[in-house]
Design a protein around this ligand. Structure first.
Ligand code: T6T
Length: 326
């Protein structure tokens, strides 16, 4: 079983590492044109180690170009809270903006205003349905990673039993794509019964309740795919509360500190870590190119790394774990 899980983990790497090496160009040389320019970064939510790691990458790359970075984040992953943040940023007239939109449609109008104010926009992580107003979009191939999660979970449950998806937010392109990739791929595991997806609204407590309620109706649940950090943390809590740790398997997206602890404790069996630092540096490279009239890539894919208890100690894996400060 263990070797099969590692095999699945390697597939995740192989499937996405190419995208990353192609998609993460090295930071270019200092451009006098952007010296002293102001770059705004609007993450999806504050206090999330994924966005903190991305911020570190943005700050490091911006410092190489002598640009200033201003970070403003909503308190929750919610377009009604992110919209006033964007409006405030636009009023400050930055020279460019990098943003992870919390909804693929609701964030279009405020970003249209930013674009009409002449601010070049780069999307990081999440994206928009209509990308006509943005210069570049850098993100994980979330659909492929969701499909890899389906294979990993199917292996962990021995190819049989009932599995559940906890989707963190409908309308967030990352959540939707991870769910869709999982759903398409789980069909290739005929012994696995898919119970469908439930949404936890990026709230760990809600993910824990979803797990408790599902166990009450389906005590024979065998596996859970949790589509982000907070869905995965809560799913693990739900299993703990029900005393089902270990016998129901969890594949979680992301690699925050609590998630890594849960992996070490055997509550979670595999994590799909993104490369937020590299997404940040690549986004600065692209937006700088846009600001200076150089060729810009409309889309830059980024890779993932599968983390298990067995490979956790490896230096390359340790490097992939998310940061809580820069
Ligand atoms: O999974 C990441 C990010 O990709 C997603 O869009 C929102 O949640 C995270 O920030 C993890 O909490």
């Amino acid at each position: 079983m263990r070797s099969r899980i590692i095999a699945a983990a390697v597939v995740v790497l192989a499937a996405t590492a190419g995208g990353c090496s192609q998609g993460t160009p090295a930071t270019t040389t200092i451009s006098a044109d952007v010296h002293g320019k102001k770059l705004a970064f609007v993450p999806g939510v504050s206090g999330d180690s994924f966005y903190i790691s991305m911020q570190c990458g943005i700050q490091d790359a911006a410092a190489k170009q002598s640009m200033q970075v201003n970070v403003q984040a909503p308190q929750q992953f919610d377009p009604s809270l992110q919209t006033p943040v964007v409006n405030g940023v636009v009023a400050q007239k930055p020279d460019a903006m990098l943003i992870a939109p919390t909804d693929d449609s609701a964030m279009f109008p405020p970003l249209l205003q930013a674009s009409q104010a002449g601010i070049p926009i780069g999307l990081v992580d999440t994206t928009l349905k209509n990308r006509s107003i943005v210069q570049t979009a850098v993100s994980t191939d979330n659909r492929a990673a969701g499909a890899a999660a389906a294979d990993t979970l199917a292996d962990l449950v021995g190819g049989k039993g009932k599995v559940l998806v906890i989707a963190f937010k409908a309308g967030a392109t990352t959540s939707d794509a991870r769910q869709q990739g999982f759903e398409a791929q789980i069909k290739n595991h005929p012994g696995v019964e898919y119970l469908g997806a439930q949404i936890n609204d990026n709230d760990p407590a809600k993910a824990a309740s979803i797990v408790s309620a599902t166990l009450a109706t389906h005590p024979d649940l065998t596996g859970i795919f949790a589509t982000n950090q907070f869905a995965a943390e809560g799913a693990a809590t739900g299993l703990r509360n029900a005393g089902r740790t270990g016998d129901v398997k969890i594949v979680g997206f992301d690699a925050g500190p609590v998630q890594v602890q849960q992996l070490q404790q055997g509550v979670v069996q595999a994590l799909i870590a993104q490369k937020p630092y590299e997404i940040g540096t690549a986004a600065v490279d692209q937006i700088t190119a846009a600001m200076t009239g150089k060729p810009v890539r409309a889309e830059v894919p980024s890779g993932t790394v599968a983390v298990t208890k067995d490979n956790l100690a490896e230096p390359s894996i340790q490097q992939a774990l998310y940061r809580t400060g820069c």
